[in-house]
Design a protein around this ligand. Sequence first.
Ligand SMILES: C[S@@+](CC[C@H](N)C(=O)[O-])C[C@H]1O[C@@H](n2cnc3c(N)ncnc32)[C@H](O)[C@@H]1O
Length: 229
Amino acid sequence: MVRGAYDEVGLRVRHFRRVSHHETADQPLESSEHRDRLCGPMSAPPELPEIVSRAFDVCRRAGYVAFCRNETGRLLAALAATRGGTMAEFGTGCGVGTAWLRSGVRNGARILTAELDERLAVAAQQIFVEDDKVEVLAADWSVLRDRGPFSLLFLDSGTPSEVGVDMIIDLVEPGGIVVLDDFAPCESWPPITYGRVDTLREEWLTDERFTAVEVMVAPDASALIATRR
Ligand SMILES: C[S@@+](CC[C@H](N)C(=O)[O-])C[C@H]1O[C@@H](n2cnc3c(N)ncnc32)[C@H](O)[C@@H]1O
């Protein structure tokens, strides 16, 4: 899990792996650190969508830090902007990922999100209390099984064994997108995490019912995007 702590302004600190495979031997470590200090690892405007800032305020009050990183959030927003119908998120936390999705939502589309921890779900509900495009359920994500299929599904409940392709495919409409994040970029095949084959990543990247890609959102973090054929 690429989860972080807060920096001095209360936003989550990203933990950069100091040498990425984009760097070459003639780029000393100091230069990559200098570059990160100057502009961060990816180009992005520093301002956050207002709804995302509100979600961070709720996280801060709740002492919650397990939210998605901003790079993933920007990806979610861009993908949400391509979608109609109903999107879903498994594992709301305090609503940061939901807020990023919401920042990209088009007219006519909506988001359902489920959070098992009632305290967190109630906190996230505050963010969207006057928003008819977002429904936060205090429940196990399995309650969303009756509300699909979805045009986009962000699988972020942190339980990999529950989100294999066979468990999820019926919840995704043809052309629908599944997003999983918190992977460590890996150049080998099959992908290895902590010395073991990452079977979840391998399964999503090879299942013929989806066309899938792993995208680096930062030097030390990647996400999977899988589109149902
Ligand atoms: C990584 S955090 C979610 C972060 C959030 N998606 C974001 O981007 O800010 C995972 C959350 O999933 C919740 N969770 C775990 N199992 C769940 C389940 N079966 N159904 C719904 N939520 C679950 C946890 O309580 C936790 O808050």
